[in-house]
Design a binder for this molecule. Sequence first.
Ligand SMILES: [Cu+2]
Length: 449
Amino acid sequence: MMHGKARTRGLSRAALLLLTLILVGATMTTVAPSATADAPPRVGIECTTGVGGGATSPIFNLTTKTGYISLPDGNTAFMWGYSSGFDSFQHPGPVLCVNAGDTVTVILRNTLTEAASIVFPGQTNVLANGTPAQPQPTGPGAITSLTNTAAAGGGTVTYSFVAGNPGTYLYESGTNPEKQVRMGLFGALIVRPSTVPAGGAGGSAASEYAYNRADSRFNPSEEFMVLLSEIDPYQHQAVENGKSFNLNNYHPRYWLINGRGFPDSIADNGASWLPAQPYGALAQIGEFDRSAGAADQPGMARYLNVGTEDYPFHPHGNNGLVVGRDGRALEGPTGQDLSFEKFAINIGPGQTWDVIFKWYDAESYSPSNPVPVTVPQMANEEIGVFYSGSPYLGTKETLPPGIQSVNQCGEYYIISHNHALFQITSWGTNMTGPITYMRIDPPTPNTCG
Ligand SMILES: [Cu+2]
C-alpha cells in the first residue's frame, strides 16, 4: 500500500528497511549553560549529552514545559514536554545519551501546575534526592506517582542512577502517566557500551556497538530513532482548558514518529517550520558494500513505543536484523547469538527494539544490466516527486515536461511505516502519521547533497 510518493519500480529485490533520527541542544547545568554543542546532524540521532561531573558522571537538566506541535492535517496540539536546561519547549524530550556504568544525574525542574516526575524503566537502584526513589502514596491503597516528584510551580527533584546494560530505553513521567505521558512527558535514553566488546574490531570505538557484543557493530553515522506515539486531541484540549478527561473515552486520532507526522517526519532535524519538533525520521544510508568487509557497517534503528497499543512497523524491501529488545541483547545464557531477521516488527507498548539494517544491490542492475521487466509507457506511469527518472541507483534521467522532482543524485526512497493502517492518519487525513522513508544514496563519490 501506499507506495505512491517514492517510485520503486525496478528496484533490486534486496532493498531493506527503515528509519529515523534526533536533535540535541546544549544541555545546561544549574550553574552555567554549555556552549559546546555542535551543529545538529541533518538526519539521524541527535544526542543530548550530559554536562558537568566528569566524563563518567553526566548531568542532565530537564525542565517540564508546555507548548504546541504541528500536525499533518493543519491542526496543532497542546503538549507537555521535557526540555533541556533553559531551552524552549520541544517534543519529544531530548535524547539522553550515556555510557554503561556512568553515574547519571537528572535534575528535573517542574514548571507545570501539578507535580511531575521521571521514571527510567530498565534502570535499577534509581535514587531521588539521594535516597531510593519510591512510589508516592496519597492515601491508603492509592498511589498517584510511581516515583518521587518535583512539586508544581518550580519544584525540583534530582534523580541519579548508574547506567545499566547498553541499549535503548524510554524515560517518562511516573506521575499520573495516563495523563502526563499522553501529554508528551517522555523521551529516549540511549546507553552505549563503555568499552569495545571482546572480539571487537581493532581501531573501532565503543560507540560503534549496540551492545557488549562484537557482532552488534553498526555505522554510527547511520543511526536512527523511531519513537512512536499517539495523541487523543480531546484529552489534550481538556488539559489545555483545565478540564477533566474521562479515560474511558480515550481514543487516539494522531500517531507520530519522533513527535512528527508524515510528511514532516522526513524533514531534516531542526526543520525551521517545526520549531518544537526537532527530530526528523528520514533514514539516510549508503549502499552497503559487501566487498568492503569491516570497512562498511550496517545502519541501526532504535524503535520505541510510548503509546498504548502495539505498533507493527513495516519497512519495505527487506528484513532487518533484530539484535536486542528492551535494553538487552538477544543472546543465550552463554552469549549465543539469538538475533533474528524480521520484516515487520510488532513493537508493544513500552517496548524498545534495536534493529540493524542495510541495503545492497543484490542484482547489480544498471543500464548495462537492465531490470528484466518491461517499463510501462509513460502514459501509464505515475511519477512521484522523489523519482530520479531512472530505476537505477545513482542514475538520473530526463523527466517528462511538467514533472517536478526533488531527487538529488539518483538516490532511492523506500517507504517505512506503521502497518496498522488505521493509524496512518491524522484525525482522518489519510496517508499521514507514522510514515517515513529510507533513503539510499549511491556509492561515493556521488553528487548527493
Ligand atoms: Cu506497506
